[in-house]
Design a protein around this ligand. Structure first.
Ligand SMILES: Nc1nc2c(ncn2[C@@H]2O[C@H](COP(=O)(O)OP(=O)(O)OP(=O)(O)O)[C@@H](O)[C@H]2O)c(=O)[nH]1
Ligand SMILES: [Mg+2]
Length: 216
């Protein structure tokens, strides 16, 4: 990939994500998903890792996806649609691994997440978000296993990079990359982001533009 192409994708990403993104659909169950169409990119991760905040940072719209200090905010699969004719949707997912929520709720969210990640041909990419302070946990590894079995490409994204010192961040990037060696279906490269500072957003948008180009 030459620097020229990267710059072009970054500019294309900036433009598309500066467009009008809208709420499109909310699915509390696998039976109520919208018809498959276009290209979907989903954001998965532990509760409170920053999935909804990342969607807001990507689209530059603070209140598009609902965020909260307390875990368990997003309780359905929430679909957002990009600007007209782009054929592109972002999917905000409920978080997994939320220990204090009622057991039945956690079980139903977890089942919904795993089912969605397994069987949807319009799902082109899953970004699995990992808190830069905490690294990969067992519940994350369960999700990676599900993704390994499905045909969807996925990549890990460290979130809240603004909360850790550079040395700690580098150590967590290295540890995450090492763990990824056991998951050949995953992108070997780990993206580093902060929704608060905007770090990593141009690169993440560009990665989705590349994908959109490959699919169309
Ligand atoms: N410092 C910092 N805080 C962040 C960042 N991203 C998210 N947060 C905070 O983390 C908390 C959770 O963010 P959400 O975006 O609601 O997390 P979520 O993964 O959607 O959570 P659930 O929907 O409950 O699974 C909020 O208080 C956010 O303000 C970040 O990049 N930096
Ligand atoms: Mg959320």
């Amino acid at each position: 990939m030459t620097a020229d192409i990267d710059a072009k994708l970054i500019e294309q990403g900036r433009k598309l994500f500066a467009g009008d993104w809208q709420f499109f659909w909310a699915s509390p169950s696998i039976e109520s998903l919208p018809p498959m169409a276009g290209m979907e990119v989903a954001f998965a991760g532990r509760s409170n890792v920053g999935k909804s905040s990342l969607i807001n940072a990507l689209t530059g719209r603070n209140g598009l996806a609902r965020t909260s200090h307390t875990p368990g905010r997003t309780q359905e699969l929430i679909f957002f649609e990009g600007p007209e004719n782009a054929g592109f949707r972002l999917v905000d997912m409920p978080g997994y691994g939320y220990a204090s929520a009622p057991k039945a709720k956690v079980a139903s969210w977890t089942a919904l997440i795993h089912k969605f990640l397994q069987g949807r041909s319009s799902l082109a990419r899953v970004y699995v978000l990992i808190d830069a302070r905490h690294g990969l946990k067992d519940v994350d590894l369960d999700v990676l296993k599900t993704l390994d079995k499905s045909a969807v490409s996925y990549q890990l994204v460290l979130t809240k990079a603004d909360q850790v010192k550079r040395t700690e961040l580098d150590a967590n990037i290295a540890a995450t990359a090492t763990a990824l060696a056991k998951h050949p279906a995953a992108f070997p490269e780990v993206l580093v982001t902060s929704s608060r500072t905007g770090a990593g957003m141009p690169e993440l948008r560009a990665a989705m533009m590349r994908l959109l180009g490959e699919r169309s």
